[in-house]
Write a protein that binds this ligand. Structure first.
Ligand code: ADP
Ligand SMILES: N[C@@H](CCOP(=O)(O)O)C(=O)O
Length: 307
């Protein structure tokens, strides 16, 4: 077991990108940091306002995930000093839980002497989250197309695409929380054939458009009928922004992850000001306070430093 301190930096993610429910996601330059070191006693230090209210005992997600990794490696679970921070707000649809899981797995794997490969860690993270679209970008960076394997013991099949160079993400982050669990519970159990065909077509077109840098097609390709219509009642302003973002400077728009953050993609930084004033009008109309950030895609994924 290593006695060194490991520092892991993990990008946030915006999952689904509209029609790619549970299968598509993009990493963003908005980071979580997890530092971990074997210690005599477990202490969890959470830095910054975003992690306020998160447990600082052994029920903390970071500790739970690290402990599970040591157990799976056949090692005794050590006491740990964990220090963490998050630039992304939690429960907003920017993949904070996925980033925490990835950060804790990678840090603990390092302390344990690297018993697991990157693909095994990815599979462990996917098992925890239940879908690969937010943990994939946090691990690998860029745009990830992934699906669940046919059999449980098979590796997660994925492809990583480089985001189109000039593309920017304007994220509209409301000041209220919406847990992924609640937003998943809003979805139906069964879909019509037409809606399934609609999403297969849109998701396929979206992946091809992103691969070829065809930002002009995103507005159409980002249409979705599997989750956004059912989550819209939980996210005031979503319907209006999805309907008119492309008339106001965006090349496409979607609910980010399970929401309530709304993602607007633009072809350059210069389109963002016009888009911000449109978003402001919609959100004020609903009396929702929010913040916006203009983010570039992250292309590196998780980064490890041993100190
Ligand atoms: N750095 C962290 N440390 C501990 N728990 C975390 C951390 N980041 C996220 N979480 C947990 O993940 C939950 C948010 O997950 P979720 O509802 O899926 O929203 P998100 O869209 O932000 O991933 C938080 O309420 C918290 O329990
Ligand atoms: N496909 C999932 C993605 C959840 O992402 P998160 O960032 O909200 O955790 C879903 O839409 O439920």
């Amino acid at each position: 077991m290593s006695s060194k301190r490991v520092r892991v930096t993990v990008p946030s993610s915006t999952a689904n990108l509209g029609p790619g429910f549970d299968t598509l996601g993009m990493a963003l330059q908005l980071y979580s940091v997890v530092e971990m070191q074997v210690s005599e006693q477990t202490t969890i230090e959470l830095i910054g306002k975003e992690l306020q209210g998160t447990p600082t005992d052994k029920s903390n997600l970071l500790y739970v995930i690290a402990a599970e990794l040591f157990q799976q490696a056949g090692l005794a679970v050590p006491e740990l000093h964990i220090r963490a921070s998050s630039e992304a707000p939690l429960t907003r649809g920017l993949g904070s839980s996925a980033a925490a899981i990835v950060g804790a797995l990678v840090a603990a794997n390092h302390l344990a002497g690297e018993p697991f490969t990157r693909d095994q860690l990815f599979a462990m993270a996917v098992k925890k989250e239940g879908h690969p679209d937010n943990v994939g970008p946090s691990f690998f960076g860029g745009i990830i197309v992934a699906t669940m394997p046919e059999k449980e013991d098979q590796p997660i099949p994925y492809i990583c695409l480089a985001p189109p160079a000039a593309m920017r993400a304007l994220v509209v982050i409301p000041d209220y929380a919406l847990s992924t669990e609640k937003a998943r519970n809003a979805l139906p159990q069964v879909y019509s054939k037409q809606d399934v065909i609609y999403n297969v077509g849109h998701s396929s077109l979206l992946v091809a458009a992103l691969a070829q840098g065809r930002l002009d097609l995103l507005g159409q390709a980002m249409g979705d009928r599997l989750h956004q219509p059912y989550r819209a009642p939980l996210v005031p302003g979503l319907e209006e922004i999805l309907a008119a973002a492309t008339d106001n400077g965006a090349v496409g728009a979607a609910l980010s992850g399970a929401g309530p953050t709304i993602l607007c993609l633009t072809a350059s930084d210069s389109e963002c000001e016009r888009l911000k004033s449109f978003v402001d009008q919609v959100m004020r109309g609903h009396g929702i306070s929010y913040q916006t950030m203009v983010l570039q895609p992250d292309e590196h994924g998780v980064q490890v430093e041993v100190q």
